[in-house]
Design a protein. Structure first.
Lengths: 114, 111
């Protein structure tokens, strides 16, 4: 079945630094990738949608200059949290649309900003 | 605007019992209704999904019931097991666009 590999699974960074999260579709071409953010005991909130080779579409309230998304190939999308602050600490999850036509999720990245 | 409402927020079921989680949606353009299971610290995993041209779909112990006129769909977990204890999310999408998630249900199955 379709597999999406997300790395790293956990990252701790200092306030003010940047962190990159990678999401790869291993056995299918992901035409569209979605990035979600999930706070404890809450649902997934869509941050942005990215299509290969084009600029990402950000949801209202999501700072595009802070959360940089790159989808340069059909198998790789990255989310870079720039100048991270403690309030950016969260669980970030990517999802790829492709393969059998459904949505496949990565295993998530726990970001802690200290 | 919350387009997918999920209930209950939490659910406790005895082992062997039936777990029932309900969702209601507003957007009649939605054409894909999946259910996801999420364990702590992990991404959601697809359990089962349905499209609006059928009223029920069963896969093993999991069944989706879909009521198009009422704009509601539900997940039934038969013979619930402690290993089913997780958070369950319903979702909906339109024409392959983004998924809209319900608020989630934390299920605990007691041995």
């Amino acid at each position: 079945g379709a597999v999406v590999s997300q790395h790293p699974s956990r990252v701790i960074c200092k306030s003010g630094t940047s962190v990159k999260i990678e999401c790869r579709s291993l056995d299918f071409q992901a035409t569209t990738m979605f990035w979600y953010r999930q706070f404890p005991k809450q649902s997934l909130m869509l941050m942005a949608t990215s299509n290969e080779g084009s600029k990402a579409t950000y949801e209202q309230g999501v700072e595009k200059d802070k959360f940089l998304i790159n989808h340069a190939s059909l198998t790789l999308s990255t989310l870079t949290v720039t100048s991270a602050h403690p309030e950016d600490s969260s669980f970030y999850i990517c999802s790829a649309r492709g393969g059998a036509g459904g949505y496949t999720f990565g295993s998530g990245t726990r970001l802690t900003v200290v | 605007q919350q387009q997918v409402k999920q209930s209950p927020q939490s659910l406790i079921v005895q082992k062997g019992g039936i777990s029932i989680i309900n969702c209601a949606y507003e957007n009649t353009a939605f054409d894909y209704f999946p259910w996801y299971q999420q364990f702590p610290g992990k991404g959601p995993a697809l359990l089962i999904a349905i499209r609006p041209d059928v009223s029920e779909k069963k896969e093993g112990r999991f069944t989706i019931s879909f009521n198009k006129s009422a704009k509601q769909f539900s997940l039934h977990i038969m013979d619930s097991q402690p290993g089913d204890s997780a958070t369950y999310f319903c979702a909906a999408s339109n024409a392959g666009n983004m998924l809209t998630f319900g608020g989630g249900t934390r299920l605990m199955v007691k041995p």
